[in-house]
Design a protein around this ligand. Structure first.
Ligand code: F6R
Length: 222
């Protein structure tokens, strides 16, 4: 089921409520986190709630293959919008790293992700698992689709500056999360979201694999 909310503020605070409850009920929670424009309001809301992040561990879903201190890197994004504004320990937050098997082992070693917050691309990608990604995929380097590069050009001076490759958790990695919450905003996401949630489960629409997860919640606003 897709929960349709009235506006972006409600979307942000609803998902922030879920993260807050997770952290308060389970202070040792492991969170899977995404970036992009959709979760910005949720991060802002979480920062304003001044929660105790001192025992929380996080795993970001993906990073561009680019200079990590570039202002548009996902490492910079997370520091600016969440990590530097909470009491999370720097050695408690993780971005995909090489060797990828060690990153996967790190997640497994921490007993897995309890709550994973996802966005969705206009082509149905989750994290940077582009259409055609195997449902069995794990953390790896991927080439970004032209549509993704165009969609993300708004964050850069020009489309030519958008990285063309990324490291992403795989679909199998994401599906091992105990609970998944997907946030989507805007009419341009509506049709792909409906196809992903109610259409055929196919690797052509990576998000459609979520239909097979037992504990997934979808939140959408126009
Ligand atoms: C980024 C990520 C991506 C985004 C998706 C939507 O970490 O996981 O899958 O969630 O590209 O991005 P926005 O929210 O910018 O539309």
């Amino acid at each position: 089921m897709i929960n349709t909310l009235r506006n972006y503020m409600e979307l942000s605070s609803t998902v922030a409520d879920i993260v807050e409850a997770q952290i308060k009920e389970h202070p040792l929670s492991k969170l899977g986190l995404s970036t992009g424009s959709t979760p910005l309001g949720m991060y802002k809301e979480l920062v304003s709630r001044e929660l105790d992040w001192s025992t929380v561990i996080t795993f970001n879903l993906d990073v561009y293959l680019m200079y990590v201190n570039h202002p548009e890197s996902y490492q910079s994004y997370m520091r600016k919008n969440l990590f530097d504004r909470t009491n999370i320990y720097p050695n408690h937050y993780h971005f995909p790293f090489r060797p990828f098997s060690s990153f996967e082992d790190k997640i497994k070693g921490s007993k897995g992700i309890d709550l994973c917050i996802l966005g969705i691309g206009t082509n149905g990608h989750i994290a940077f698992n582009e259409p055609g990604s195997s449902f069995l995929s794990r953390t790896r380097v991927v080439n970004l689709e032209e549509q993704t590069i165009i969609d993300n050009a708004r964050f850069f001076d020009s489309v030519d500056d958008v990285p063309t490759q990324a490291i992403t958790m795989g679909l199998a990695t994401i599906m091992e999360s105990k609970k998944i919450v997907l946030m989507a905003k805007g009419l341009k996401k509506k049709s792909i979201l409906n196809q992903a949630m109610f259409g055929m489960i196919t690797e052509d629409i990576p998000a459609s694999i979520l239909q097979e997860h037992k504990n997934v919640e979808i939140y959408y606003c126009d």
